[in-house]
Write a protein that binds this ligand. Structure first.
Ligand code: COI
Length: 379
């Protein structure tokens, strides 16, 4: 894309850490709490574009207190993972999708675009340097967090004249403290995550902080996450409904059997309020390839809490699961809604349903290189 601003990979400067950290045993990892030895940084100015990329020891940033990111939320990020395959090779999963999405996110908030292919080259160099931190146990990986901030020193609200794109990495296991267990969602009716015409589809930090107070309130009632709804009129019935959107930390899928007995995998359409998940897209593609021949319908369509409630009470809600880079494929046990609990098809003694598990196996099989697939990119 000629509009993307170039990064000169040949200018990469590498300064290795002289105080290597210990690698923590994978079963002691808490999501996003420990970091590798190094970080990758590239500064940008409106006059000079992207400057020489640098890999340096992991260190604090030095920012002027007036830095625009700290005042007006000029910040966008990505979530990606590096996996170690059984030969010990390192793999990324669909990194081109993350580059496209980050370019889309930063463009929305007047931050500079960048050449995604050049950035993937740098990420590969970075992953090689941090290779010893990548856990090889299944379900574990190196979480990679590219982050772009506006660094202009000004209290004036305008396009930042300088920016910083940097990457840190954290060895991780499951995202939720419950481990590989089914979670409970509270369908939130008093707060809205994203609006039509808003920025819900962009991966901006500003989409996340406002979700924490509702999450804390849901936690007091025993729920792990919120399920974000959007109220609207169902065109098919003319009735006011709560439409299911996403979880904030993941997209949401439901497996619903129709009254006629036909199974459907459904998720909300990308209408601008839904984060355009890489795993979401992968699940849809795999479902179209592998579930449709078994008689499934795969739908990106608006669906409502009424539909889930009715399907659950009639025994037709087969499974519900979330998808995300951090969350991978996470089974959902139940959803609290208007003071009632909607059971999502999981027997009490089970943590994951059959379709959810198959999807998890397909996705992780590709991510860890067990299945040869163009989505898995060797470092
Ligand atoms: C991811 O899945 O990578 C995300 O960015 C979600 C975040 C809650 C960790």
């Amino acid at each position: 894309d000629p509009k993307l601003q170039s990064i000169d990979v040949s200018q990469l400067q590498i300064q290795k850490s002289t105080t290597p950290k210990d690698v923590m045993p994978h079963d002691q990892l808490v999501f996003g709490r420990t970091f590798t030895d190094h970080m990758l940084s590239i500064e940008w100015t409106a006059g000079d574009g992207w400057l020489a990329p640098r890999i340096t020891p992991y260190q604090n940033l030095s920012l002027d207190p007036a830095t625009c990111a700290l005042h007006y939320a000029f910040e966008a990020f990505e979530g990606m993972k590096a996996y170690k395959d059984r030969n010990g090779d390192v793999r990324l999963f669909r990194p081109d999708m993350n580059m496209k999405r980050l370019n889309k996110s930063v463009s929305r908030i007047a931050l500079p675009t960048f050449d995604g292919d050049a950035f993937i080259d740098l990420l590969k160099r970075f992953c090689k340097i941090e290779e010893r931190f990548i856990p090889s146990a299944r379900g574990y990986s190196l979480y990679i967090r590219p982050n772009m901030i506006g660094t202009q020193r000004t209290l004036g609200v305008g396009p930042p004249g300088s920016a910083l794109l940097y990457v840190i990495a954290s060895p991780v296991g499951p995202y939720y403290p419950t481990g590989f267990k089914a979670i409970s969602l509270e369908a939130t009716t008093y707060a809205i995550r994203a609006w039509p015409g808003g920025v819900g589809a962009s991966k901006l930090g500003a989409n996340y902080a406002p979700c924490i107070v509702p999450q804390m309130q849901a936690a007091t009632r025993g729920f792990h996450q919120n399920l974000w709804l959007f109220p609207g009129v169902d065109e098919r019935t003319g009735q006011q409904e709560d439409f299911v959107t996403e979880v904030g930390t993941m997209n949401l899928f439901a497996c619903i059997r129709s009254p006629q007995g036909k199974p459907e995998l459904v998720t909300a359409p990308l209408d601008g309020t839904i984060l355009e998940g890489v795993v979401r897209d992968s699940i849809l593609a795999l479902a179209r390839e592998r579930l449709v021949p078994e008689g499934w319908t795969v739908s990106e369509r608006p669906f409502t809490m009424r539909e889930l409630t009715e399907a659950s009470s009639e025994g037709r809600l087969m499974e519900v699961f979330g998808s995300g880079t951090a969350a991978v494929v996470s089974p959902v046990r139940n959803i609290g809604y208007q003071g009632k609990i909607i059971e999502c098809g999981l027997p009490p003694d089970k943590e994951v349903g059959e379709v959810t598990l198959r999807m998890l196996d397909w996705i992780t099989g590709i991510q860890y290189g067990d299945e040869t697939h163009e989505w898995s990119v060797k470092v």
